[in-house]
Design a protein around this ligand. Structure first.
Ligand code: RET
Length: 288
């Protein structure tokens, strides 16, 4: 028997909708693929760090830390999702007691991952130390304010639209501030990149805007209605955003610093790429 629930007391719309078996399984699958991908890439980032000049090794190491942290958070979202629904009368219904689903864990997790993701940029661009620290700090402040105001606002998504939208707008103001700070780091990164690699920070800029921009869309989505499709599409958007902004972003930064290491004369990187003259020479001396 499903007890009637007070819409404003349940936090997220996942607790208000009945899902078809297809929607429930899609949600499970999306979350499972997400945490699986994050955990698997811990290995990739740790191994890839070995090919880099020492000053850049921390870039994929930070990615590995982000993978572990996000993977654990997404695993928790997955288990909570499974505990939230029970199969009754051919449909998946939110359980009357025991567990409620929440996306708030995501926001908590971003508190850790977002400052790390942002700090990777000035390190990869090899900005000089006092400037690097200053810029990392100046990005972290608007980023944390953006996350925490959004965390507060998302509790309004079950019907308190003014709470959702007012805090959503406040959070977006911090997002704009963050974008300005990131643009400054990108500009410094272009100036500080070797000529062959100047396109990389420019492309990373567009990638950043496109992938981080998915989060506010996921935030606003419940206003389209409390339906199983909205619930599933929202989890899908979050997952696409997560895999892009952390995992693919980490791969891009790792490849950038690998090329940079090679151009700066670090032989193992040149060998790993084997496209630079130094790499080919080293490989041919070794006979491979
Ligand atoms: C919120 C609230 C609504 C307004 C805006 C938001 C932006 C969120 C962003 C999150 C990025 C998260 C990342 C996580 C990686 O682990 C908080 C949804 C603008 C940009 C990159």
């Amino acid at each position: 028997m499903i007890a009637p629930v007070d819409a404003n007391a349940v936090g997220n719309i996942e607790n208000l909708v009945t899902l078809t078996a297809g929607q429930y399984t899609s949600g499970s699958l999306i979350l499972m693929v997400s945490y699986g991908a994050h955990f698997a890439f811990i290995l990739y980032f740790l191994m890839t760090s070995m090919q880099l000049a020492p000053r850049y090794r921390v870039v994929p190491i930070i990615s590995a830390v982000v993978m572990a942290s996000a993977g654990l958070s997404l695993l928790r979202e997955f288990t909570t999702w499974q505990e939230t629904y029970q199969f009754v009368g051919g449909m998946y219904q939110p359980v009357a007691e025991g567990e409620t689903f929440t996306n708030a864990y995501r926001y908590g997790n971003w508190t850790i991952t977002v400052p790390l993701l942002l700090t990777q940029l000035p390190i990869a661009f090899a900005l000089a130390r006092p400037d690097l620290h200053k810029r990392a700090f100046r990005m972290a402040i608007p980023a944390l304010l953006m996350i925490w105001t959004g965390l507060y606002g998302q509790f309004g998504e079950t019907g308190d639209w003014s709470r959702l939208n007012v805090w959503g707008v406040i959070s977006t103001v911090f997002f704009v501030w963050l974008i300005i700070e990131v643009r400054g780091v990108i500009t410094a990164g272009i100036a500080n990149s070797p000529a062959e690699l100047k396109a990389w920070p420019k492309n990373i800029w567009w990638f950043f805007l496109a992938t981080w921009g998915l989060y506010p869309i996921a935030y606003a989505l419940p206003q389209l209605g409390f339906t199983g499709d909205v619930v599933v599409v929202r989890q899908l958007l979050f997952s696409i955003a997560d895999i892009s902004s952390k995992l693919i972003y980490g791969v891009i930064l790792s490849r950038y610093v690998l090329r940079r290491s090679a151009l700066e004369g670090y032989l193992p990187s040149a060998e790993a790429l084997s496209t630079t003259p130094a790499g080919s020479t080293a490989a041919s001396i070794r006979g491979d």
